[in-house]
Design a protein around this ligand. Structure first.
Ligand SMILES: NC(=O)c1ccc[n+]([C@@H]2O[C@H](COP(=O)([O-])OP(=O)(O)OC[C@H]3O[C@@H](n4cnc5c(N)ncnc54)[C@H](OP(=O)(O)O)[C@@H]3O)[C@@H](O)[C@H]2O)c1
Length: 328
């Protein structure tokens, strides 16, 4: 077993028979000629990427081969047991990118939200182009990526989208709204410990989306794409637009105790984020995001989840019910 690419018997049983070349202890995949092909999921330990790996791992009868890119195998314990091979890939390490992309037909591209995300994404897109085997890039973007003049996150995502468009590789852009999972990852601490959530988001409504629904769309497009999603961009939202006050009421109902939304000033939000060790660039980006929420620009509702997966998108109350332990 090499130090960079791991496979399991499970994976081999599950995959189409594809030829493997062993070069210097590293297994190189030959590009599959099947329509469903060899799929690379980046950001595989994160919210969206992990859900895609899980969903594509579930049924064992698909003609796909799945590779999950992680920065460190040592920090990827949760993926062990999924039907995916693991490859160590760091956007900042060019040599790791060519290994990850080798033999890949379809790429789910997720770059962390960082100041250099355009450069990081561009590195992998170049590798995909050089490899010549990649026939489709499904890019995790953000709702409002096409807005002018936009805000920091949307501008960065749009720059990456343009690089993909210019690469000539067929693409689909997934543009989700704020994740419901943010209520666990970023707001869970004060919800659990202070029965409150503090944000500078006013009463603006947001059509929060469950990450599992984004993953379901990505999985469907990656596996079943027959060209119908090529060149398309999808806004992805939940079924309703809620203010943070509305969300607090739903949390209160589900948890059986009062959860309060406290609408704080931008300055208090900045101070709070500074105290948590966040840097200025990230804080500025968050303030912009909450500003567009406050102004109602994040309230549009899209039918993409139902259109593409055939089932209804997850409501916020359903999300809270299904994750109730994370709020207690
Ligand atoms: N949160 C929202 O409400 C929201 C809404 C719309 C769009 N988005 C967009 O969604 C993306 C974030 O998705 P997410 O929440 O699923 O991500 P996440 O949970 O923050 O995970 C980020 C993933 O990227 C990996 N990663 C970080 N640095 C890397 C590097 N240098 N090389 C290779 N991999 C690296 C991480 O691996 P490690 O485990 O090794 O760190 C992790 O798997 C961002 O592009 C964001 O702008 C977010």
């Amino acid at each position: 077993m090499s130090s960079t690419l791991f496979s399991s018997n499970d994976t081999l049983e599950y995959c189409l028979p594809v030829k493997l070349n062993k070069i210097s202890g590293f297994e190189y995949w030959m590009a599959s000629e099947s329509n469903q092909g060899n799929i690379l999921i980046t950001g595989a330990t994160g919210n969206v990427g992990f859900e895609i790996v899980k969903q594509l791992s579930a049924p064992a009868d698909r003609n796909i081969r799945l590779r999950a890119a992680v920065r460190s195998i040592n920090d990827a314990a949760k993926i062990i047991g999924q039907r995916a091979e693991l490859v160590e890939m760091d956007y900042g390490k060019p040599e790791s990118l060519s290994k990850a992309i080798n033999g890949i037909n379809k790429l789910f591209l997720l770059t962390p939200f960082e100041p250099n995300m355009v450069e990081l994404s561009s590195n992998l897109i170049s590798e995909a182009k050089n490899a010549g085997t990649v026939k489709h890039i499904v890019k995790q973007s953000v709702m409002g990526a096409d807005a002018e003049p936009g805000i920091i996150p949307s501008r960065l995502h749009r720059q990456v989208e343009k690089i993909i468009e210019e690469s000539g590789i067929p693409f689909t852009f997934l543009r989700p709204n704020f994740f419901m999972q943010n209520f666990i990852n970023f707001l869970g601490n004060t919800i659990r410990n202070q029965n409150a959530l503090y944000l500078p988001a006013g009463e603006g409504k947001v059509s929060f989306v469950d990450v599992r629904d984004i993953a379901a769309i990505a999985a469907k497009i990656l596996v079943e794409d027959d060209g119908q999603h090529n060149g398309k961009s999808y806004n992805i939202t939940g079924p309703e637009a809620l203010s943070y006050g509305d969300a607090a009421l739903i949390l209160s109902d589900e948890l059986g105790k009062k959860i309060t939304y406290v609408n704080i000033s931008d300055e208090d939000a900045r101070n709070g984020m500074r105290a948590m060790g966040m840097d200025k660039w990230f804080i500025d980006s968050m303030i912009e995001l909450y500003d567009i929420s406050r102004k109602g620009y994040a309230s549009d509702i899209s039918s993409a989840v139902e259109d593409i997966t055939g089932r209804k998108s997850t409501s916020f109350s359903q999300f809270v019910k299904e994750n109730i332990g994370s709020f207690r």
